[in-house]
Design a protein around this ligand. Sequence first.
Ligand code: NAP
Length: 308
Amino acid sequence: MMYDAAVIGAGPAGITAALYLVRSGMSVALIENGAPGGQILATAEIENYPGFPKSVKGWELADLFDAHLAEYPVVRVRGEVSAVEQAEGFFRLALTEGEPVEAKTVVVCTGAKHRDLGAPGEDEFRGRGVSYCAVCDGNFYRGRDVVVVGGGNSALEEALYLSRIVNKVYLVHRRDAFRGARVYEDKIRETNNIELVTKSVIDEICGGPAGMDSVIVRHVESGETRTIEAEGLFVYVGMLPVSAFLPGEVTKDAVGFILTDAEMCTSVPGIFAAGDVRSKRCRQVSSAVGDGATAATAALSYLEHLNA
Ligand code: NAP
């Protein structure tokens, strides 16, 4: 079947794009590699999405997004796109398993994945102390001491989340100013079991057969080192885009985030991008939803011209 649109990724951007396209009468395939919701599934509480003054749990919002889409005849395709090939007036999307999907236009909403810290011991203790998801793994450390590394919204939010479960959180950040929102920083300063370890980096993650047991932290100015005993390390040092499967004609920035114009058009006519996979400053659920609606509107206009 030739779809009008293939939307890749079922996070907030992809679900919104699919919703707008299907409500405009387009045939839509939504290709999802994992549970609907994307990164919000790994977020405990979302406090800044309008309409939820008391905050909403990440999984609850993901369920609501999914339930909204379930009202419409979007074809849900489970799989991972491995390549997008341009054909005569349409695109062929190869999947790592199963039949390719063909569509006249493509909306890329594949988001971003965590960046590794790159410290010695990270690979050895990955899954045995080193984690990238507090919501998934925090409970393993109930009543124990953990380290969070990073200074963005993810590190601050997840340090707060963990502080309600564990005995103590050490928040290690390489500067003394935080990149994350002030509201989280203020809450952290009011929390009595979060110790700020600023201007510091993690030199090594240490442990033994039972798993990680400590990290060696170095002050970036004095060079002084300190061993922090902790059984868990939660890494929040930024995100990397999921965009490697796209053809070279789709222009990206140096890291691989897709360059678009304000209408979410990429350098390839007919391919649009929305959400965290895009090169931009603001990465929020609300901006992903906005991107998805904008990309769908641009895709509709492209389809109108194609079919004229
Ligand atoms: P981010 O905003 O890019 O922050 C990454 C943090 O990690 C920065 O503080 C950075 O330090 C630090 N860092 C980077 N490389 C490092 C290294 N090798 N060693 C030690 N520290 C390192 O990433 P994020 O927090 O994952 O957030 C990603 C995007 O999602 C952001 O746009 C964020 O605003 C958004 N987000 C929003 C919310 C929310 O609004 N509630 C929640 C989560 C995420 P420097 O500051 O020194 O560069």
